[in-house]
Design a protein around this ligand. Structure first.
Ligand code: ADP
Ligand code: MG
Length: 537
């Protein structure tokens, strides 16, 4: 049948790329994303200035932030950005590492793709990743319970590459103390640390060195009435879910007042109700009240007269923080408030921080919720310190949970590469080539650390390999001296989980992209179709 008409199953506007073309485009786009963040890796990495369409500027060194802010159109580039998000969500650090790794895994695969089918490459990569996790686990060291020194070093390593590195000693101590305070023993003896209970409160002004840990909660709110005390010592704290107001009637009611006495009686009645509500608070013994809803003006006056410190319109999230910090129970019906519902705080006070009036609920006995007040001269500084703290909180909580750490500065990657090369020959066959490519790819981390510090990457890698061949598992690169050293002595250490997760998610996305041999794109609304131009920025 020579004259058969071709059958079209796709719309005319659909763009389709197949086979090597599709793979090539996807790999190109993924590599472009990795290249965009490569120069920020490590303590000597550079910063990026990002300007959004509104002209707002963000200056950062944080891989996750960079990738969040840039607007990419290519689908494979988006997949790479997902890796960074996963890494950020799972362990809070190692985002640049995971993206750079994914890019390099794809680059090495590209070199192999003429000789090896993508299925063989992905199979080899998976085997390599499993083996790499074993190698990492074998070189990991345990964190003893309460070992603040190790935790502080882990925090400092994660902060070393950030803008606030100068204050990493102070910030490290703050983060470790915060994480230790909120940690609770789990059912099987492991530590349960939920980082949502470390509240970061940004206040522009002062300098980074004035960043402080508050053993309790800080609210960007003032007390409702200036006649209330400014500070309450040994506070008994009530948390109210209900408003301290007269309930409005559900149906529209009309009150007809014909005589002045009736008006007075009506107002008296209102006043009496409010008095009763305030009396219920007084009777409970509370000296401080946080209300999720409003507080009537007259009630404010009665509260002030009773010497009670009150704040209104507190967010639900802050109410939860207050409850965990003070031990108070949220009460929704004021009449049910008793002494047992109250929480404790050594000091509640209103103070000025920068230009803002702020309420401190502090000196709680065993606060399971704490606040870090983040200070810095400008908004850009405060924002970057916040991101730095966020990473540090991530690594410290991860380290506390898993209880294992490894040396950093390229040591784990070189150890993994060495182990994988040995493993590859034992696997043999065509997968061997893929496992060897994986080993080469992993070394992108020490290479990039060295390059970003202006060192000769080849020399550094040769020295690192030879140290590891001699069994020095913790040998890494000191970026100041350019020498290979034991990173445990240099105090550059990271949680094991940051490394295993980075390898796992990088492998996952790289193999996923490699397996795609057909891209069928509907005419997109605005987004350019795949291709070298679509992946670049
Ligand atoms: P990521 O987003 O992947 O965490 P970073 O820019 O934070 O990227 O860099 C992390 C890398 O820098 C890790 O490999 C870590 O071991 C390394 N590193 C941190 N501090 C030092 C140091 N003082 N010397 C050498 N390498 C370091
Ligand atoms: Mg980091």
């Amino acid at each position: 049948m020579t004259d058969q008409q071709p059958i079209y199953i796709l719309r005319e506007s659909t763009q389709r790329t197949k086979g090597r073309g599709a793979q090539g485009n996807n790999i190109y786009a993924a590599k472009a994303v990795a290249d965009a963040v490569r120069s920020t890796l490590g303590p000597k990495g550079m910063d990026k200035m990002l300007v959004d369409s509104m002209g707002d500027v963000v200056i950062t060194n944080d891989g996750a932030t960079i990738l969040k802010e840039i607007d990419v159109a290519h689908p494979a580039a988006k997949m790479i950005i997902e890796v960074a998000k996963t890494q950020e969500a799972e362990v809070g650090d190692g985002t640049t590492t995971s993206v750079v790794l994914a890019g390099e895994l794809l680059k090495r695969a590209e070199d192999l793709i003429d000789d090896l089918h993508p299925t063989i490459i992905t199979q080899g990569y998976r085997l390599a990743q499993i083996k790499a996790s074993e190698i990492l686990a074998a070189m990991a060291m345990p964190i003893k319970v309460g070992d603040q020194d190790v935790l502080t070093r882990i925090a400092r390593t994660s902060m070393a590459s950030k803008g606030a590195a100068a204050q990493c000693e102070l910030l490290g101590r703050i983060v470790v103390e915060a994480a230790t305070l909120i940690a609770e023993p789990g059912a099987t003896g492991e530590a349960v640390v939920d980082k949502q209970w470390i509240k970061l409160e940004k206040k522009v002004g002062g300098n980074v060195g004035e960043t402080e840990l508050v053993r309790g909660v800080v609210l960007s709110k003032e007390r409702v009435n200036s006649r209330m005390p400014e500070r309450v010592i040994d506070a008994r704290v009530a948390l109210l879910g209900a408003a301290i107001e007269i309930k409005k009637t559900e149906v529209e009611a009309k009150i007809e007042i014909t005589k002045p006495e009736q008006m007075q009686a009506f107002l008296d009645e209102e006043e009496k109700t409010l008095r009763r509500l305030v009396q219920a608070i007084e009777d409970s013994g509370a000296t401080v009240v946080f209300a999720q809803k409003g507080i009537d003006d007259l009630a404010q006056h009665f509260l002030a007269k009773a010497g009670i410190f009150a704040v209104k319109s507190v967010s639900e999230k802050d109410m939860k923080h207050l409850s965990r910090a003070t031990g108070a129970r949220l009460v929704s019906n004021l009449k049910e408030l008793t002494k047992d519902d109250l929480g404790q705080a050594g000091l509640v006070e209103q103070r000025k921080v920068g230009d803002d009036e702020v309420t401190f609920v502090t000196e709680c006995k065993a606060p399971k919720s704490v606040t870090i007040i983040v200070r810095g001269g400008t908004e850009h500084v405060v924002d970057e310190v916040e991101r730095t703290l966020d990473d540090a909180i991530g690594v410290v909580t991860t380290a506390l949970k898993e209880g294992k750490y490894v040396a950093g500065a390229g040591a784990p990657e070189v150890e993994v590469a060495l182990g994988l090369r040995r493993y590859a020959s034992s696997v043999g066959g065509r997968e061997q080539l893929a496992i060897e490519a994986f080993a080469d790819a992993v070394e992108i981390i020490p290479r990039t650390l060295a390059e970003n510090a202006g060192l000769d990457a080849i020399n550094v890698l040769v020295d690192l390999r030879s140290a590891h061949e001699k069994g020095q598992k913790t040998a890494g690169i000191n970026l100041d001296s350019g020498k290979v050293e034991n990173m445990l002595d240099a105090h550059v250490i990271e949680p094991l989980r940051v490394k295993t997760q980075a390898l796992a998610s990088a492998t996952e996305v790289a193999t996923m992209i490699l397996r795609i041999d057909d891209v069928i794109a509907a005419k997109a609304s605005g987004a350019p179709p795949g291709g070298p131009d679509g992946g670049d920025f």
